[in-house]
Ligand binder design. Structure first.
Ligand code: NIG
Ligand code: FE
Length: 407
């Protein structure tokens, strides 16, 4: 048995998608210890050595706060190449959408990814995941979407699968073949979708266990509503749960589509309207906000307060990718949510644990510190979650426990 003791407070949200309005259902337990049996939380008791098994292995939290291992539920961590030229162009006044319209953006990363083998993609992504782990992140979702041929999309997902065997973070694959129409299919997005929605391809994704979710960039520069609906419903029929990049640059009804197809989340939402918020709430579709992306692009943030006040559960993720958010730190993203979106640190904790677990359909297993849940814990060197967010940009993580092992 492993016992984590000398904790300032255990700070955790509940299990299951949770609205962040009203009084937050967050538990702060002081003077408690956590007992871990193999990979599961066996008990949470008073911090009293007399009640621990005599041969227990001890981890001294040194009066740090213990939170659930953080969950980054929206990333593009597998990629090749860099795009600092676009960063400079944006500083000179060009917008993200204009760069995409001129043939840059995502397509530049596609060119780089197509040149890489699975091994090369793995080698590039591994240190990124190691840095995320050191920041207290224990589960990461990773999307394809920079291959845009059947083989290159599968190659990206195989890299994700290989990475999950090489390091402790649990990885969740998402099939984002509908990220944008590749150059070879310019002007023929439907023809492109015919190829990536071929039944044999979706069968292969299932047979190899390469993805659990399907995602589409539903936007004027990418796929329209009809094409997005077709992509997601076809993938859903093959067992992949829908998610959508929605309402980022323009409002074309993408988050309403998310509700319509029963997506687990609609992500971005910088341009969401009240009608869409209501539709998502009714459908049980979670709002994933990506404050590091808006921060990095220098554009307006999603209306977090309006979404929260409407009672729609909110999750937060980094959107880590080489174009619109090179920020791989989920704690920094939480700080950005506090200072740029008006969320409290406690709200950002629920958004990156409880609600992020629900987006990934893992609520009850991860994302909360309760007896019987998986022992994914982040031990901070500061006494509260408030102090972690307050120290924006500093790594306040001391120890990370994944599946009951200090990693
Ligand atoms: O979530 N919006 C579309 N996709 C990514 C950006 C991808 C890229 O620019 O490489 C995002 O922001
Ligand atoms: Fe994204």
């Amino acid at each position: 048995m492993l016992v984590v003791h000398n904790i300032s407070e255990i700070c955790t949200g509940p299990i299951g998608a949770t609205p962040l309005n009203g009084e937050l259902p967050i538990t702060r337990k002081r003077n408690a210890a956590i007992g871990i049996e193999v990979d599961t939380i066996a008990w949470i008791r008073d911090d009293d050595p007399a009640s621990w098994p005599p041969n227990a292995e001890l981890i001294d939290a040194k009066q740090g706060c213990v939170i659930p291992g953080l969950i980054d539920c929206h990333t593009h961590t597998v990629f090749a190449g860099t795009r600092e030229d676009e960063y400079v162009q944006r500083a000179q006044g060009l917008s993200y959408a204009e760069i995409a319209r001129r043939g840059g953006g995502i397509k530049n990363t596609v060119d780089a990814v197509r040149k890489c083998s699975v091994d090369q993609l793995v080698e590039l992504a591994l240190p990124r995941l190691q840095r995320m782990l050191a920041l207290g992140v224990t589960t990461v979702e990773i999307k394809s979407g920079y291959g845009l041929t059947v083989e290159d999309e599968l190659k990206m997902l195989r890299a994700v699968k290989r990475l999950s065997e090489l390091q402790p973070i649990e990885l969740v694959g998402t099939y984002l073949a509908a990220h944008t129409t590749p150059r070879e299919f310019e002007g023929n997005p439907d023809g492109y979708l015919d190829v990536v929605l071929d039944a044999k391809v979706l069968d292969q994704i299932r047979d190899e266990g390469l993805a659990e979710f399907a995602d589409v960039f539903c936007e004027t520069t990418a796929f329209n509503i009809e094409q997005s609906r077709r992509f997601l419903t076809t993938c859903a029929d093959a067992g992949l749960t829908p998610r959508i990049h929605a309402d980022q640059i323009t409002q074309i009804g993408a988050s309403r589509l998310a509700a319509e197809v029963g997506a687990s989340s609609a992500d971005h939402l910088e341009r969401i309207d009240d009608e869409s918020i209501a539709a998502m709430r009714k459908a049980g579709t979670i709002a994933v906000l990506l404050p590091a992306c808006s921060f990095y692009l220098g554009v307006e943030q999603a209306p977090a307060r309006r979404i929260i006040d409407a009672g729609l559960p909110v999750a937060i993720a980094t959107d880590f990718n080489p174009g619109s958010s090179v920020i791989e730190s989920l704690p920094l993203t939480m700080s950005i949510a506090c200072s740029q979106m008006g969320m409290t640190p406690a709200q950002t904790l629920v958004a990156t644990t409880t609600n992020a677990a629900a987006v990934l359909k893992r609520d009850g297993k991860i994302g909360a510190i309760k007896e019987g849940t998986q022992a994914d814990l982040t031990i901070l060197e500061v006494p509260t979650i408030e102090q972690m967010c307050y120290f924006a940009g500093r790594n306040c993580t001391k120890t990370v426990i994944k599946k009951g092992r200090a990693v």
